[in-house]
Design a protein around this ligand. Sequence first.
Ligand code: DGY
Length: 348
Amino acid sequence: DVWNPNGKYRVVSTKPMPGTRWINLLVEQDCRVEICTQKKTILSVDDIIALIGDKCDGVIGQLTEDWGETLFSALSRAGGKAFSNMAVGYNNVDVNAANKYGVAVGNTPGVLTETTAELAASLSLAASRRVVEADEFMRAGLYDGWLPHLFVGNLLKGQTVGVIGAGRIGSAYARMMVEGFKMNLIYYDLYQSTRLEKFVTAYGQFLKANGEQPVSWKRASTMDEVLREADVISLHPILDKTTYHLVNKQTLSMMKKEAILINCSRGPVIDEVALVEHLKENPMFRAGLDVFEDEPYMKPGLADMKNAIVVPHIASASKWTREGMATLAALNVLGKIKGYPVWSDPNR
Ligand code: DGY
């Protein structure tokens, strides 16, 4: 699809994106917008080189694409100065290579914080109350009457939620679980989240003033503390060398036998083969996964595990958020083309 064919700047989007606000923004600023409508879900490096062509000022790309040396050199040869991932995570982008070729890189933080935290909360609830298993049971026609022990799960209230990585999304999730379900909190992060601490302290005081049991919270000095003490553990770190396989055979063995593990960050943060083994050996352990090590695939055996809930990387998939991500990505590229600071540059 081509919008404003006579526009001065050529901006390519490797995928159609929700809404029209992002297109209008670019068109109003004299951009010719080309949207790739190839049916293929994941574009190869060669597909993207063909899209870039001989002249391209900026590209909006997706987390499924490998933005490394080859693509940034192709973009730079075509006169391109800007690339934005339509994602907050940018582990698919080699920022050093982009710098080398003079291409500015943007990402889309902020607009997906609450939406992503809401999915982590949904998975936590669904796992603790066995919602998916119960749905399958019902549809299979197996329900033949109320029973005291049918699909008994856990009450979140009074249990401890453990958050690993208390940045924007981890903190929003922590607030939802503490405020929404009166869970105690333990979190681990390399940086101190004073906003989160202020919130939990104030909320604890509010509960106390109202004669309710206050929630407790603690900032763990090691990740192991979270793994040992939490009943629900949610992973929110970025993916890099230090967080690759953060959850593995050894760290899984530290978790409670009935713990719930949630991952809405990046698949390779978990050693998925070790997780499948752990789920097999510990039927009361549960996992809620939005992301996978080798997307779009799951490691063998995971799909058969009743104690795992799996969804296809949809944590940021609310209409408002996806339109916001598209808009932010367009602003990133436009900002660079027009000489304004890139809206959200992950280097900053
Ligand atoms: C991201 O933004 O990094 C998510 O994985 C997709 O929204």
